[in-house]
Design a binder for this molecule. Structure first.
Ligand SMILES: Cc1cc2nc3c(=O)[nH]c(=O)nc-3n(C[C@H](O)[C@H](O)[C@H](O)COP(=O)(O)O)c2cc1C
Length: 272
């Protein structure tokens, strides 16, 4: 098989990267032709300025985390610039054990509209961006066995067929609106304006400036934001000194409710 395997992902806290890279690497191992995987990490703003296009010789495993039951809306503009030109695609969404709602069908549709041919899709589970206990340490070994099995099925599909039928995945073609947390009275609350705080353990190492996917943390004063915060969890989870945190009551209630309500383990779902 004469195909270039690509692993392409947005992954602020690293779970999507693990799944997408795992799938791409296992497909590639099955190929056994010594070809190197092309990794395209579009987590940081710099990469989202580059125009990317593929050809019919490419297989693109493309993954995003689920945000509010959908493809993160801050990525839509960028995703629509990627040109498939007939490349085979594997849309993958990774969610924090609540639900992936219409994110997978939305990602599949985006890829189709951009000239890709989706041949398989999946929803996997990753530790929730808001929490250190919800889906803790996932993807884990059990997930990675499923990653391997999925990659094997994709390899078989690519090598045995070339007239692929349209891929069907779970979801509403009329996508549900973005999922919203609720307040004490059950009314929807908007946590979009919530921003991280910085405590006195901060050593001013600037790691948070480098890893913020929105490029929003001020270089001179890391407690200041110059742009939007998408609550992706990167600065919170990756700070070596636990110096970043949220103190918004609405955010913390939502986090707690998720941890209680969605504690039971969900399993990955594959469509092929
Ligand atoms: C703003 C935001 C919204 C999220 N919405 C959902 C959701 O609707 N359902 C869910 O199960 N997980 C949700 N999550 C959790 C992430 O999808 C999940 O933790 C994912 O593994 C994070 O991927 P990453 O490690 O690649 O950043 C949300 C996370 C963030 C930051």
């Amino acid at each position: 098989m004469n195909k270039q395997i690509n692993a392409m992902y947005f992954s602020p806290t690293g779970t999507t990267k693990k799944i997408v890279s795992g799938i791409a690497e296992k497909i590639s191992e099955n190929l056994d032709d010594g070809r190197v995987i092309n990794y395209i990490d579009f987590t940081l703003p710099k990469l989202r300025k580059q125009l990317i296009s593929f050809t019919q010789e490419d297989v693109v495993v493309l993954g995003v985390p689920v945000y509010a039951g959908r493809v993160p809306n801050v990525l839509l503009k960028y995703l629509n610039t990627i040109k498939g030109n007939g490349a085979l695609a594997v849309p993958v969404v990774v969610y924090g054990n609540r639900n992936y709602d219409d994110a997978l069908i939305e990602l599949k549709d985006i890829l189709e509209l951009n000239g890709f041919k989706p041949i398989a899709g999946a929803a996997f589970i990753g530790e929730h961006s808001f929490s250190r206990t919800l889906a803790k340490d996932r993807p884990d070994d059990r997930d990675l066995i499923i990653v391997r099995d999925f990659a094997r099925q994709i390899y078989n599909k690519i090598t045995t067929g070339d007239n692929f039928q349209a891929l069907v995945v779970k979801g509403n073609s009329d996508y549900k609106s973005y999922y919203m947390p609720k307040d004490k009275e059950g009314r929807p609350v908007d946590i979009r304006k919530v921003t991280p705080k910085t405590n006195s353990d901060c050593t001013n190492c600037k790691l948070c400036v480098q890893i913020c996917p929105m490029g929003s943390i001020d270089q001179e004063d890391v407690s200041k934001l110059n742009g939007i915060c998408i609550k992706c969890g990167a600065c919170i989870k990756k700070c070596p000194f636990q110096a970043k945190y949220y103190d918004s009551e609405d955010y913390l209630r939502h986090k707690y409710e998720l941890e209680v309500e969605f504690a039971s383990r969900k399993e990955p779902v594959l469509f092929i």
